[in-house]
Design a protein around this ligand. Structure first.
Ligand code: ZN
Length: 326
């Protein structure tokens, strides 16, 4: 058994709908009578896609088979079961009410199913999970505003944060100031995808305009030393996803990926699988990447410590989870 198998792990950047395995995708497609194009299943990754925009298109096709609260239950339970069997103590997954509503589910019906699966997985495997509602940038500022407002008006204890995902290049942070001011006023925890596709300026704008305590990716901050310093000074966590960035060709390979340098410079880093089957990524695989890049056991555990300490989970559970790391 190698070191990473024994390391207690946590994951705070994974899109729940995108955890769907090919088997589950085929099962839901059959049940829900969705005709899947034959070219979505691939050789290189579990799903085949060519570039970023094709990835977004295939992402929508693959996740379009999730139709009912029962589907959400099975999807959530399966992912948590798999994580638990790989030593994951805590998962904070992003969910999309936009997706659920597109398929005719209500805000509460799909969240009830996710919560039920979360509770059952905790009872069955001991894994704790919480959830972040994502606004989707490329659906525009009104859509993101409505999604956030619904969350604030309908609080659920296991829904612990709000995130901003989608097309970063064409929908910059300044479009969403009003929504994130509203969330900040309510002290609602915030994470924003930034510095994956776009560079330092977008990261700086995300930090200054949207008040996140965590950044999804954020790795292109490496291009400006002052920005790296700002991230350290402001105690902002980076939810890095190295395999995802290599699959989407932002970096050529693990050696040229900045995660290790950022870690060495003192940035609080976590590692995450993002959209696992689309990149053949797993959370345990990301820890293995860091081990291969030279992190020792104590340093690998520090990634888990960062993820749990800066998660949006309640203090009581956080402390319980952190006590398992010492
Ligand atoms: Zn992401």
């Amino acid at each position: 058994m190698n070191t990473t198998n024994q390391i207690p792990k946590a994951e705070i950047h994974v899109h729940l709908e995108a955890t769907i395995t090919p088997d589950l995708c085929r099962k839901f497609a059959n049940k829900n009578k969705v005709d899947l194009p034959s070219d979505i299943f691939g050789n290189k990754y579990a799903y085949e896609w060519s570039d970023f925009y094709d990835f977004i298109k295939k992402y929508d096709v693959v996740t379009s088979v999730i139709h009912t609260p029962e589907d959400y239950f099975e999807l959530t339970y399966n992912y948590l079961k798999d994580c638990a069997s790989n030593g994951v103590l805590y998962v904070e997954a992003m969910v999309s009410s936009t997706h659920a509503k597109l398929k005719g589910m209500s805000y509460h019906s799909f969240l009830d199913a996710v919560e039920e699966a979360s509770k059952k997985a905790e009872t069955d495997f001991g894994i704790v999970s919480r959830y972040i509602m994502n606004g989707i940038r490329h659906l525009g500022s009104d859509s993101v505003q409505n999604t956030a407002k619904e969350v604030l008006d309908n609080p659920r204890s296991f829904l612990v944060g709000f995130g901003l995902a989608g097309d970063e290049l064409h929908f910059p942070p300044n479009l969403f100031i009003e929504t994130f001011d509203m969330l900040k006023k309510e002290n609602f925890p915030i994470t924003v995808h930034a510095g994956e596709w776009d560079g330092p300026e977008n990261i700086r704008n995300a930090i200054n305009l949207l008040h996140p305590t965590r950044l999804g990716h954020g790795v292109r901050s490496i291009e400006e030393p002052d920005l790296v310093k700002e991230i350290i000074d402001k105690d902002i966590i980076l939810e890095t996803c190295p395999t995802s960035n290599i699959a989407t060709k932002i970096y050529e390979d693990y050696k040229s990926h900045p995660v290790k340098t950022l870690f060495d410079q003192g940035v609080k880093v976590t590692v995450n699988s993002d959209d696992p089957p689309f990149f053949n990524a797993t959370i345990q695989g990301e820890y293995k990447v860091m081990e291969d890049l030279g992190l020792n056991e104590k340093q690998l555990i520090s990634l888990t410590h960062n993820a749990i300490k800066y998660s949006f989970c309640d203090e009581e559970n956080k402390n319980k989870l952190l006590s398992k790391l010492s």
